[in-house]
Design a protein around this ligand. Structure first.
Ligand SMILES: O=P(O)(O)OC[C@H]1O[C@H](OP(=O)(O)OP(=O)(O)O)[C@H](O)[C@@H]1O
Ligand SMILES: Nc1ncnc2[nH]cnc12
Length: 193
């Protein structure tokens, strides 16, 4: 028998800024000493598991950028989740910025340091034909090493990075200082000094 029960109503309007900040804050979890002693890890999995909160975050990022970007680039791994959803919301394409060794085609890469350790990220060398306006999306802006490296990689591949969006900014790590002159927006800012 076909179930004709209406789906649970979904709020399509983005909440106002303070309501969004409160919602996001209530759906994050701090994990002390992960992945190494002294780091307080911001766990986004409770937010992802809450459809209202996840949808509100994605719509807020997307609406700020609608009509201004041609592609979204998301940074592995958590940046894939938010970035792909924002691209879908905007009806535009998605470019994965992957950790080294994962992409099958010819790649370009760049290495960088982050709050814990170092990494290398890569894109396919033919990701851009030239001049595409790209929104970079990630979950966390910490030291800014990942975001700065991504901008360098994309712009070295003939894309134009028009903005950076992240869910969480760890202000005490001053990541914005690594992105001078860029349009940077973060949904919530924690740990300001
Ligand atoms: O501003 P930074 O100091 O560079 O740190 C931010 C980056 O660190 C985390 O990624 P991580 O490399 O831990 O990868 P993951 O998403 O695969 O866990 C986070 O998702 C950002 O990409
Ligand atoms: N403290 C933190 N929590 C989650 N992701 C991060 N990326 C860099 N620092 C982080």
């Amino acid at each position: 028998m076909t179930d004709t029960t209406p789906a649970a109503s979904v709020t399509r309007e983005a909440p106002d800024t303070q309501a969004l900040v409160d919602l996001v804050t209530s759906r994050l979890r701090d994990i002390p000493d992960f992945p190494e002693p002294g780091v307080v890890f911001k766990d986004v999995t409770p937010l992802l598991a809450d459809g209202e909160a996840f949808s509100a975050v994605v719509r807020d990022m997307a609406e700020r950028r609608r009509g201004t970007v041609d592609l979204v680039a998301g940074i592995e791994a958590r940046g894939f989740i938010f970035g792909a959803a924002v691209a879908h919301e905007l009806g535009i394409g998605f470019v994965p910025v992957r950790k080294a060794g994962k992409l099958p085609g010819r790649t370009r890469g760049v290495s960088y340091d982050l709050e814990y350790g170092s990494a290398t990220i890569e894109i396919h060398e033919d990701s851009f034909v030239g001049g595409e306006r790209v929104l970079v999306v990630d979950d966390v802006l910490a030291t800014g090493g990942t975001a700065a490296a991504t901008c360098e990689l994309l712009e070295g591949s003939n894309a134009t990075v028009v903005a950076f969006e992240a869910l969480i900014e760890l202000a005490f790590l001053h990541g914005r200082d690594r992105l001078p002159g860029r349009d940077v927006h973060t949904t919530i800012v924690v740990g300001g000094d």
